[in-house]
Ligand binder design. Structure first.
Ligand SMILES: NC(=O)C1=CN([C@@H]2O[C@H](COP(=O)(O)OP(=O)(O)OC[C@H]3O[C@@H](n4cnc5c(N)ncnc54)[C@H](OP(=O)(O)O)[C@@H]3O)[C@@H](O)[C@H]2O)C=CC1
Ligand SMILES: CC[C@](O)(C(C)=O)C(=O)O
Ligand SMILES: [Mg+2]
Ligand SMILES: [Mg+2]
Length: 329
């Protein structure tokens, strides 16, 4: 059984006399930094000059260069883009990190694939929220928490695990649940989840459904409401009570169609593709491809992102959401 931790398992006093440097102030950086501060932790932010720097200053944080923030910190949480962490680590973090400091990650990519090799004199841990950074903040403000994974890669001080747990409490994760894992398990399952199911799988499924209906002559607006808008409402039911609760809520006709037609959409070919995707993650092929893509200025990433933005479903969606008050900012 996986080891689980809750609020009473974490001692907030572990971070009492420590300075936490959050490096990066994007999706996770901002969410985690604000939650930690509201939980009573001392937090500084490490950045380069630019938009995030201004945002962190406006939010009332002390902001320093990465090197300066690292020099001041006992705990260094690296919330930079995965593809840039190795270079920034070598140039600004490694030369300035204190002996016995705690180096922390929210995703194991750089440690697992050997892009960062920390010295034996520091703790190396992970606190990885299982949700987007904006939800880490929103959920905390609602008095709840997003679950997280913790892992210890290196325990130089003997206190690495306690720091990870206290940090997880600081960002609100112990209000939900914290699971013990390893850098390898987190990295491989997280990459698989986002590629095959959560992001790649879901967008490909929605796109295929939308295109099938539009190609058959149905109105794009109808197709959008059917396969994208309603997706969230159905997923919310699954999220709250599993497949069984969702099936209790839909019509018997829908349930029969779900049970008999679903496996025709996601059949043996999909299982084989998922297996292949997992193998490319496990043997490092995906990581190598992604690092090389960044070295040549991301031609594939940019072209596919642009094609996604220009798809008809995005135009129709923007128009329909424009009429719905819940989407007005
Ligand atoms: N997004 C998410 O919800 C999740 C992310 N994670 C992990 O968290 C980590 C951070 O991801 P995410 O929050 O998405 O990252 P973002 O892309 O949202 O933010 C990155 C931050 O790093 C800053 N930055 C980029 N380059 C530099 C640099 N050279 N020097 C200093 N600062 C720099 C950016 O600032 P600037 O404005 O200057 O570019 C920005 O503030 C990753 O390891 C990711 O895998 C884990 C779970 C979920
Ligand atoms: C699902 C994408 C994610 O893994 C996440 C929000 O957990 C990410 O890397 O952003
Ligand atoms: Mg994830
Ligand atoms: Mg991820």
């Amino acid at each position: 059984m996986v080891q689980k931790y809750y609020e009473s398992d974490a001692d907030p006093r572990t971070l009492e006399d420590k300075t936490v440097a959050v490096i990066g102030y994007g999706s996770q950086g901002r969410g985690q930094a604000l939650n930690l501060r509201d939980s009573g932790c001392r937090v500084v932010i490490g950045l380069r000059p630019g938009g995030s720097w201004q945002k962190a200053s406006e939010d009332g944080f002390e902001v320093y260069s990465v090197a300066e923030a690292v020099k001041r910190a006992d705990v260094i949480q690296i919330l930079l883009p995965d593809e840039n962490q190795g270079a920034i680590y070598r140039a600004e973090i490694s030369p300035n990190i204190r002996e016995n400091a705690c180096l922390m990650f929210s995703h194991g990519f750089n440690i697992h694939y050997g892009q960062i090799v920390p010295p034996p004199t520091v703790d190396v841990v992970m606190v990885a929220p299982k949700g987007p950074g904006h939800m880490v903040r929103r959920t905390y403000e609602e008095g709840k928490g997003v679950p997280a994974l913790i892992a210890v890669h290196q325990d130089a001080t003997g206190g690495a695990h306690a720091i990870a747990l206290a940090y997880a409490r600081g960002i609100g994760a112990t209000r939900a649940v914290v699971l013990e894992t390893t850098f390898a398990e987190e990295t491989e399952t997280d990459l698989f989840g986002e590629q095959a199911v959560l992001c790649g799988g879901v967008t490909s499924l929605i796109k295929a459904g939308f295109e099938t209906l539009v190609d058959a002559g149905y109105a794009p607006e109808m197709a959008y409401l059917e396969v994208l808008h309603e997706m969230k409402l159905i997923v919310d039911l699954i999220y709250e009570g599993g497949f069984t609760q969702m099936r209790d809520s839909i019509s018997n006709t829908a349930q029969y169609g779900d049970l008999t037609r679903g496996p025709r959409v996601i059949g043996p070919e999909t299982y084989m593709a998922m297996q292949e995707i997992l193998e490319e993650i496990q043997n490092g092929k995906f990581a190598k491809e992604w690092m090389l893509e960044n070295m040549v200025n991301r031609p594939v990433f940019n072209a596919l992102t642009r094609a996604g933005e220009e798809h008809l479903i995005e135009q129709v969606g923007a128009e329909i959401r424009g009429f719905m008050p819940q989407f007005r900012k």
